[in-house]
Write a protein that binds this ligand. Structure first.
Ligand SMILES: [Zn+2]
Length: 331
């Protein structure tokens, strides 16, 4: 699973700051108590000297094992005395221990040499929050997809009704989201505006994010804007470079409204960069567009059209504009 590097390092930085804060708090508790209970400071001093003492024993003693064992017993006795002192003075036994929020990594962020589950959990939460601010469809799920907005009259061109086609698309998108990660597929959702393409891609985004994958959703216009900012160093080029990196490396990228941007050779080369990189690293992409597959070559290039037609499952959306139907129903 690909985690956003900048996101992970900011989480690790937060963990480190939190650990420093906990350590400082424990230190100030220790400082306060050492005035009231002087014996505590003596115990701490002796405990800190343990490591040096063990080294000396290893070099000097004839009977190393016995000496080390003796030292260990002394340590345990000191720790027990410390706990008792705290309890006797009305403090919890772990009053001077540095707090940790994750017992697995002890707030280092690493479980052995791998990222701790607490860091991954946090990354998934943040990604989910970030994504929900971007998604145009709020809180919608596959189960709230309304098939009754689509006509059940068969369309003579396809031999199927818009409703049958919408139902097949719904199933396909749902299965894509539920099996994401265990199978590899790219989707091309095409058809006129207002037929549920954005709705279904939002549902996919939400489901795939909830399953812990990184998902980036954006419109083609805004994606090309970021490429533009990197190339021509306008706006905030560093933030744009970070965004472009995310478009290239997210586990799932959803490009909405492809074809609504101004036609230009720069946009064509950005799209080529994005699609070919993602295909090469086998990272799934969803393209949503009002263009027909046959129009792709004319609009972009033969190389782009052949990659999309060869590597993307095509889902066609037909029917009448749902937004118009909903508006009429409200009147
Ligand atoms: Zn952890």
């Amino acid at each position: 699973m690909a985690y956003d590097k900048a996101l992970i390092s900011s989480i690790l930085r937060q963990l480190e700051q939190q650990h420093d804060r906990y350590e400082a708090e424990a230190e100030s508790r220790r400082y306060q108590l050492s005035a009231d209970i002087p014996r505590l400071a003596e115990i701490d001093r002796e405990l800190r000297g343990t490591a040096a003492k063990a080294m000396r024993i290893a070099f000097e003693s004839n009977n190393t094992d016995a000496a080390i064992e003796q030292l260990k017993q002394r340590n345990l006795a000191l720790q027990a005395e410390k706990r008792k002192l705290l309890l006797d003075n009305g403090y919890p036994a772990d009053y001077l221990t540095v707090t940790v929020s994750c017992p697995i990594c002890r707030d280092t962020g690493y479980d052995g040499s791998r990222l701790c589950a607490c860091v991954k959990r946090r990354a998934a939460e943040i990604q989910k929050q970030d994504l929900s601010t971007l998604l145009p469809v709020d809180k919608e799920t596959f189960s709230t997809f309304r098939l009754d907005y689509y006509s059940s009259q068969p369309d003579s061109r396809f031999g199927l009704s818009p409703r049958q086609m919408a139902q097949a698309n719904l199933q396909r998108c749902r299965s894509f989201a539920e099996h994401f990660g265990s199978s590899y597929e790219n989707l091309l959702l095409y058809g006129s505006a207002g037929l549920g393409k954005t709705f279904l891609s939002s549902c996919i985004a939400r489901t795939v994010t909830e399953r812990g994958f990184s998902v980036t959703y954006d419109t083609a216009i805004s994606i090309f804007d970021q490429y533009n900012a990197v190339k021509f160093r306008t706006g905030d080029p560093a933030a744009a470079a970070h965004a472009v990196e995310r478009f290239r490396s997210a586990d799932l990228l959803i490009v909405d409204d492809l074809g609504t941007e101004m036609p230009s050779s720069f946009h064509t080369s950005c799209l080529y960069d994005l699609i070919s990189r993602r295909l090469m690293s086998r990272k799934p992409t969803i393209l949503s567009t009002n263009l027909l597959p046959a129009e792709l070559e004319n609009r972009y290039s033969q190389a782009i059209a052949s990659r999309i037609l060869g590597e993307f499952t095509q889902l066609r959306f037909i029917g009448s504009d749902i937004r118009r139907i909903r508006k009429q129903q409200r009147l």
